[in-house]
Write a protein that binds this ligand. Structure first.
Ligand SMILES: N[C@@H](CCC(=O)N[C@@H](CS)C(=O)NCC(=O)O)C(=O)O
Length: 248
């Protein structure tokens, strides 16, 4: 049985759970909030970051590495386009989403407005949030609008790894009440809405909502009540601390 370590609120965990859902791979989950991870977790994830995948063959961290592994090990349905140029474009969109977009939506808006006050007990940097909302995020959205399709997904009718990576952090934007302006970015708004309506994203919503509303220590019990298959091992500790890498 495949085990995923990582909380439903994380966009990087969401990327992997959507892929497992699309491929029909059963899994158990340790819904770890990384800021509470024990030192033992460092043996699996040297940056103390989620997600981690453990199966009968490997222990992996990093959502892109994990998803490429899943797409190769479980080829149906394929989640990369076939043509070399499209495959390169898919990798670039995923890279842009994981770095610049997550810098703005996760380390910027979500970290500042949710994690800092609610998990770490620190003040939100209001200037940083304003810079993102007024300047940096609109610039990223203007670029993405040139890449998004008017219908369907980036490479046709089916979700690809690139679509999944691109839309996943917009859930966290919604969690802190930012949604794309449909008049200024109609293609991106449409792509995000179509992806979130897909059963592979929809299936995660009850678990995401529970994790957002529940203190970390009580999440396992709540998730079990909702029918999540939980791992036996729990890498969660008692005290939150900042991560290994520098955050804003
Ligand atoms: N490049 C990694 C990024 C993973 C990542 O940053 N995960 C966040 C959760 S959204 C995390 O574990 N943060 C804790 C920390 O940085 O200390 C991936 O794609 O998996």
């Amino acid at each position: 049985m495949t085990t995923i370590i990582g909380n439903y609120v994380s966009p990087y965990v969401r990327k992997v759970l959507v892929v497992l859902g699309l491929k029909g791979v059963p899994y158990r989950i340790d819904p770890l909030v990384p800021f509470f991870a024990t030192d033992d977790f460092l043996k699996l994830s040297p940056l103390r970051r989620i997600p981690v995948l453990i199966d009968d063959q490997v222990t992996l961290t990093d959502s892109t590495v994990v998803n490429e592994y899943l797409d190769e090990r479980y080829p149906a349905p394929p989640l990369m386009p076939a043509a070399p140029a499209d495959r390169a474009k898919a990798r670039w969109i995923e890279e842009f989403a994981d770095t610049r977009l997550c810098d703005l939506l996760i380390w910027g808006l979500f970290f500042q407005q949710a994690i800092k006050p609610a998990v770490l007990g620190e003040a939100t940097d209001a200037d940083k949030v304003a810079q993102i909302l007024e300047t940096d995020l609109p610039a990223a959205m203007d670029y993405l609008e040139t890449q998004a399709p008017a219908d369907g997904f980036l490479f046709g009718d089916q979700l690809s790894l690139a679509d999944i990576a691109l839309v996943a952090p917009f859930k966290n934007a919604l969690f802190v009440r930012w949604r794309p302006d449909t008049a200024r970015w109609p293609k991106m708004a449409g792509l995000i809405a179509r992806a979130f309506a897909h059963p592979a994203f929809k299936a995660l919503e009850p678990f995401e909502t529970l994790c957002l509303k529940t203190p970390p220590k009580q999440q396992r019990a709540g998730l079990a009540d909702l029918g999540a298959a939980l791992s036996e091992v729990d890498y969660g500790g008692d005290t939150p601390r900042r991560g290994v890498m520098t955050l804003g």
